[in-house]
Write a protein that binds this ligand. Structure first.
Ligand code: G3P
Length: 218
C-alpha cells in the first residue's frame, strides 16, 4: 500500500519524506488555505515546491465546477509538473472532466467520494485514483472501511485499474485496516503514519537491551 500525506504543510511533507516511506501527497483547498497560501501565483508555486520535496504523485484540486473551468484549471495544474495529478470533485461535470483528462493521458484523482456507485462511475471515466473519505463517513455513523471493502470488490470484479486512495484517514487503525482490505493507497496526517511506530513492548524491550548492553564488554 502506498503512503500519501494529506497536507500542504512543507515541513510535515519533508518530515514524512525523510522517514523514507512517503509515496506522494494529497492536498485540497482547505489544506492549502490552512497554510495561508493565497493568490494564483503563490498557489501554483506551492504545488511546485511540494513536487520538489517528494518523488511521487501530488494531487492538486480544481476549484471551478463547470466543465470548462475544470478543464482550464486542470490543464494549467498538469502543465506545472509531471508529478501533478488533477483532483476533481465527484459531480456530473467532474466525471466529464475526468474522461477528458483520461483521454489526454493526464492523471486524475476523483475526490469527495462517499458511495460505491460514485466509485464505479469514477472508474468508468478512467480516474487514476478514487478518494473515498472514510473518516468523514465514520463521523456520521457510517462505516468508512466498509466502503473501501465494497469498492475493492467491485474493482476486482472487473479489473478496473483505478487505484483506491483511502482518504480522510484520521488514525493508525484506519491505516492498518485499509492495508488489510487492500486499498492501493492511503492518505492521512503525519500522526497516522508515525503512530505505526508505537508499541510499549518495543519501548520497554529496547530499554532493557540498552541496560544489558552496559553489562557487555565491547
Ligand atoms: O484530502 C481529502 C481528505 O483526506 C480530507 O480529510 O480529515 O478533512 O476529512 P478530512
Amino acid at each position: 500500500m502506498k503512503f500519501f500525506i494529506d497536507t500542504a504543510n512543507l515541513d510535515q511533507i519533508k518530515e514524512a519524506q525523510a522517514l523514507g516511506v512517503l509515496d506522494g501527497v494529497t492536498t485540497n483547498p482547505s489544506l492549502m488555505a490552512k497554510e495561508g497560501v493565497n493568490g494564483k501565483e503563490n498557489i501554483l508555486n506551492h504545488y511546485c515546491n511540494i513536487c520538489e520535496v517528494v518523488e511521487g504523485d501530488v494531487s492538486a484540486e480544481v476549484i471551478g465546477t463547470t466543465f470548462d473551468e475544470m478543464i482550464k484549471e486542470g490543464e494549467e495544474l498538469a502543465a506545472l509538473h509531471s508529478q501533478i495529478v488533477v483532483k476533481i470533485p465527484m459531480i456530473k461535470n467532474g466525471i466529464k472532466a475526468i474522461k477528458y483528462f483520461t483521454d489526454k493521458g493526464i492523471k486524475t484523482n476523483c475526490t469527495l467520494v462517499f458511495s460505491c456507485g460514485q466509485a464505479l462511475l469514477a472508474a468508468k471515466a478512467g480516474a487514476s485514483y478514487v478518494s473515498p473519505f472514510i473518516g468523514r463517513l465514520d463521523d456520521v455513523s457510517t462505516d468508512g472501511l466498509l466502503l473501501i471493502n465494497e469498492i475493492r470488490s467491485v474493482y476486482d470484479n472487473y479489473g478496473f485499474q483505478t487505484q483506491i486512495l483511502a482518504a480522510s484517514v484520521r488514525h493508525t487503525m484506519h491505516v492498518v485496516n485499509c492495508a488489510k482490505i487492500g486499498a492501493d493507497v492511503m492518505t492521512g496526517p503525519l500522526s497516522a503514519i508515525e503512530g505505526l511506530l508505537k508499541h510499549p513492548l518495543t519501548d520497554s524491550g529496547l530499554k532493557k537491551f540498552l541496560e544489558d548492553a552496559q553489562l557487555m564488554q565491547v
